[in-house]
Design a binder for this molecule. Sequence first.
Ligand code: Z5A
Length: 220
Amino acid sequence: MPRGLLVVFEGAEGAGKSTQLRLLADWLGSRGRDVVAVREPGGTVVGDEIRRILLDPNSDIVSRAEALLFMASRAQLVEREIRPALDSGAIVLLDRFFLSTYAYQGIGRGLPESDLRATNAIATQGLVPDLTLLLTMPVADGLARAVERGERDRMERAELAFHERVAHAFETFTTSGWQTAHPECGPIVLVDATGSEAAVFDRVLGTLRTRWPGTFPVTS
Ligand code: Z5A
């Protein structure tokens, strides 16, 4: 059975994950690669409905319900989209995965990590990303970008201290100690997300090329 590649884009609000994922999907697609691009929460009919509830500023959701809703969306996405795509040999590009849960629901909301790990295991059934690209930039700059886009969703409306805790959590995840203690997250590589879209994309591609030169070849 061929096994594709699961590459996750992570990072705080406005770091440019969606932009870089789209650039990479286009780059791979134009080279004839079978690529599947999905995001969390969402990516399935059920997941999109959960996303609407989670991001609606009018939703009153307690932290544990919030965590379980993210997990429900993930379980659906993994089983319905990600595993079949990987089994067919596709490269799956995923906008956020359970590193976000550890950051937002764990450090941000203060839920116990052991509970999150257990529910994540139910949602993912042991699926580990081949690589996570963690885009980093100053938290205020990322939030400013997100704000520029228009109305803020329920998560974006959380207080600045929440977003700062989340950003700090993401920094912690890059340490080898944290990664060794969290093998369920797979390898995590830091990518500097400051500068132009093209400059960041060069870094993204360079990182992938270092690991998989045949899959991400240097071409003109
Ligand atoms: N969440 C959670 O709490 N727990 C979980 O388990 C999961 C998620 C999976 C999803 O919201 C929310 O759910 C998210 C985490 C939480 N909330 N927060 N806060 P989302 O999917 O709507 O949003 P997001 O994932 O945070 O993405 P984002 O805000 O769209 O950010 P982004 O994808 O990193 O950035 P972008 O859309 O590519 O770019 C943002 C803007 O900056 C846009 O206008 C771009 O044109 C611009 N941009 C991008 N790159 C550049 C560069 N290089 N220079 C200048 N401008 C740029």
